[in-house]
Write a protein that binds this ligand. Structure first.
Ligand SMILES: Nc1ncnc2c1ncn2[C@@H]1O[C@H](COP(=O)(O)OP(=O)(O)OP(=O)(O)O)[C@@H](O)[C@H]1O
Ligand SMILES: [Mg+2]
Length: 341
């Protein structure tokens, strides 16, 4: 669906040049919700804007449905861009225009007859939950409502792809949740492919299927959200996860008189009494030192730090039984570095 091939983007001014994206290749499937995460300056927005050629890559190719976007002339590019909607952190609405006029704007550019455009505007406002707000002005709306208008506008030309650049970063947690729910809803109804930039792991966790972690213009880690979330490989990913789950008081493992393991599980295992069954079967016991249980999109997951008590054979048996039942198990040393099991 979206294929980025060896994309490099260098910004050049008279004094200096800066490479914001470095030789990035990436495939995004039709219907996927794909996340790009990273710290400020990592190159997320630049890469996202290369998809619709708001930024022209210095090198590399962008293909959408097989069409090489980088090879298109201005007219064809304008046409191709209609199939790619975009929303932003600060909404970018026209302040002197009403809600209806904002949503109708892309239809006016596309010379859609007024009556048809108005029908479309009403349907879109219905879809985003803003029926009756046609005559309001942006200044009369909350942040969440403004983003809903921006989403309606982005959908006006029936795009296949929706690009979201920090679309919830200016919103409070409840409003963020409602906008993410709306994105999931329109994704399902309209069969959209969504590429979403954020610096918040919780946003990725709620809506994305796959995620790429960016650092200094590179993709340093990419995979299914559950894998990246439960088994982060890169330092940047771990840091992004830590900020999110900053437990104020992690227990000191030096005081624990038993080997400590990180046990992860995804899917139905989350609800099964796996730990206690394994403990009983191997004549051992365990204590939970810290943990998170939640959902990744709609899949339940858990990540626990457990001390496993018993003689060495019992503990070894318990650990292999946990692995056999589909849990991820990693031994954690006293200084919290990983030990090979
Ligand atoms: N138009 C531009 N001209 C020159 N440099 C730019 C331009 N846009 C971005 N940059 C630089 O490119 C790098 C990547 O910027 P980008 O906006 O893509 O990062 P980001 O990951 O989206 O960061 P943030 O989370 O702060 O939005 C930064 O160093 C930035 O200063
Ligand atoms: Mg950005």
């Amino acid at each position: 669906m979206i294929s980025l091939e060896r994309i490099t983007k260098t910004y050049t001014s008279r004094k200096q040049s800066l490479t914001a994206v470095r030789d990035v290749s990436l495939q995004i499937e039709r219907g996927e919700i794909f996340g790009l995460i990273g710290y400020s300056g990592a190159g997320k927005s630049t890469l996202l804007r290369c998809i619709n050629l708001l930024e022209r890559p210095t090198q590399g190719q962008v293909r959408i449905n097989g069409q090489d976007m980088t090879a298109l002339g201005n007219r064809e590019l304008q046409q191709a861009r209609k199939k790619i909607g975009m929303i932003f952190q600060h909404f970018h609405l026209l302040h002197s225009a009403t809600v209806a006029e904002n949503v109708a704007f892309p239809l006016r550019l596309a010379k859609v007859p007024k009556r048809i455009a108005m029908e479309k505007v009403h349907a879109l406002l219905d879809l985003v939950g803003l029926r009756g707000y046609e005559k309001h002005y942006p200044a009369q709306l909350s942040g969440g409502q403004k983003q809903r208008v921006a989403i309606a506008r982005a959908l006006a030309n029936d795009p296949d792809v929706l690009l979201c650049d920090e679309a919830t970063s200016a919103l409070d947690p409840d409003t963020t949740q409602s906008i993410l729910d709306l994105l999931l809803d329109i994704h399902d109804r309209l069969n959209l492919t969504i590429v979403l930039v954020t610096h918040e792991m919780s946003v990725i966790q709620r809506v994305c299927d796959r995620v790429a972690v960016m650092d200094h213009g590179n993709i340093v880690e990419i995979g299914r959200v559950a894998d990246v979330f439960l088994h982060p490989q890169h330092d940047v990913t771990r840091r992004l996860l830590q900020t999110e789950n900053s437990t104020s008081s992690s227990p000191a493992l030096a005081d624990v008189a038993a080997p400590v393991f990180e046990v992860t599980f995804v899917g139905d295992t989350t609800y099964a009494p796996v730990l206690s069954e394994v403990a009983r079967a191997t004549d051992s016991t365990f204590s939970i030192l810290e943990g998170t249980i939640g959902t990744l999109k709609d899949v339940p997951y858990g990540k626990l730090l457990v001390a496993w008590h018993g003689n060495r054979r019992a503990v070894t048996a318990a650990i292999s039984e946990l692995a056999a039942r589909g849990c991820g198990v990693t031994e954690i040393s006293q200084d919290r570095t990983t030990v090979e099991v």
